[in-house]
Design a protein around this ligand. Structure first.
Ligand code: PBG
Length: 326
């Protein structure tokens, strides 16, 4: 019935009723915290473009994971920032690489938190691309990269990772990783695939943090064109078919429509990555007093959940969890 019988505002007047009729809620269990791991011991180096975020050695990363878990966060996502790089990213599957060591350390000190590891070569290759270079040295060699990624994934599983998360966007990597994990006896290690990962300007601060800026060219030959949404659904369908347990849309904010479309089509658990640039721009505006940082953070995270994501991967995880736990 139209106004004046119907008054939408009745549901908004009492704070308790407002809360009761909320369609979307946030909980610390929705968040996954990304962490950057460097070699060594007792190392914490802040990342200038990401206030409050640091690169840490395995021992410090374990402390951070413990703190996150005590705030109700159930998972961390590890990224390596190694000191050794070469053409083929060999260090990515080294048994005592920084990520492998951090996984073992977290498993020992915080056994109840789920450990996810990013699988990609960009931080491990001297040229900064996500795969090994093709003979023309312009493109990446998709199929040659698959073996190296599968090897890296298996080394993470061996160190104790619960899930591996390929972010390279090579074709066929989920299948290659699944096969290798099964072959090596890691049939219970899951795969969270960065299925619809766009070639985005919003990764800038991350590349500072992980030292993974490509030395030449860009990633548009493998990451998705921001213009495409139907293609994202095809990517996700393919990853599910290849054996992905969790699929992802990344970045989150400029792609909320893609998250919604994916949610409507697929039943697989859906993650969305609230990426470094999305974090940095909010932090920068809040630092200048141009907006209320905490409120903008909570509204942003809520929007990603409302769009349909089950898991929100975010550098805000601890801050947001603290607010929710108050
Ligand atoms: C590695 C990778 C990137 C991010 C996650 N994994 C960077 C890139 O593709 O250049 C970005 C995460 C962020 O910006 O927070 N391929």
């Amino acid at each position: 019935m139209p106004f004046p019988h119907s008054r939408m505002r009745r549901l908004r007047l009492h704070p308790a009723v407002r809360e009761m009729v909320a369609e979307t809620r946030l909980s610390p269990a929705d968040f996954m915290l990304p962490l950057f791991v460097v070699p060594g011991k007792g190392v914490t180096e802040s990342v200038a473009s990401m206030p409050g975020v640091s690169r840490m050695s395995a021992d410090r990363v374990a402390l951070e994971a413990r703190e996150a878990f005590s705030e109700g966060i159930k998972g961390v996502l590890l990224f390596g920032a190694p000191s050794k790089k070469d053409e083929r990213g060999s260090e990515a599957s080294s048994a005592d690489g920084c990520v492998q060591r951090a996984v073992a350390e977290i498993k020992e000190k915080v056994p109840d938190i789920a450990v996810f590891t990013d699988v990609c070569l960009c931080a491990y290759t001297s040229h900064g691309h996500c795969g090994v270079l093709a003979a023309n040295r312009k493109d990446v060699d998709n199929d040659a990269t698959l073996k190296i990624l599968a090897q890296a994934a298996s080394s993470h599983a061996k160190a104790g990772a619960d899930f591996v998360a390929p972010s390279d966007m090579m074709d066929g990597r989920v299948d290659a990783i699944r096969q290798k994990l099964d072959e090596d006896g890691f049939e219970n290690t899951g795969i969270m695939a960065y299925s619809a990962k766009y070639a985005s300007a919003f990764y800038g601060p991350f590349r500072d943090a992980a030292h993974s800026t490509p030395e030449f060219g860009d990633r548009r030959g493998y990451q998705m064109n921001p213009a495409n949404a139907r293609e994202a659904l095809a990517e996700i369908a393919q990853d599910i078919e290849e054996g992905a347990d969790i699929v992802m849309v990344k970045p989150a904010l400029a792609y909320l429509d893609v998250i919604r479309a994916a949610r409507d089509v697929f039943d697989a658990p859906l993650a969305a990555y609230n990426v470094s640039g999305e974090f940095a721009m909010l932090k920068a505006a809040a630092e200048r007093g141009w907006l209320d940082g905490d409120r903008a953070m909570m509204e942003t995270l809520l929007s990603i959940r409302r769009a349909g994501a089950d898991i929100v991967i975010t550098y805000f995880a601890k801050d947001a969890a603290r607010i929710l736990n108050r």
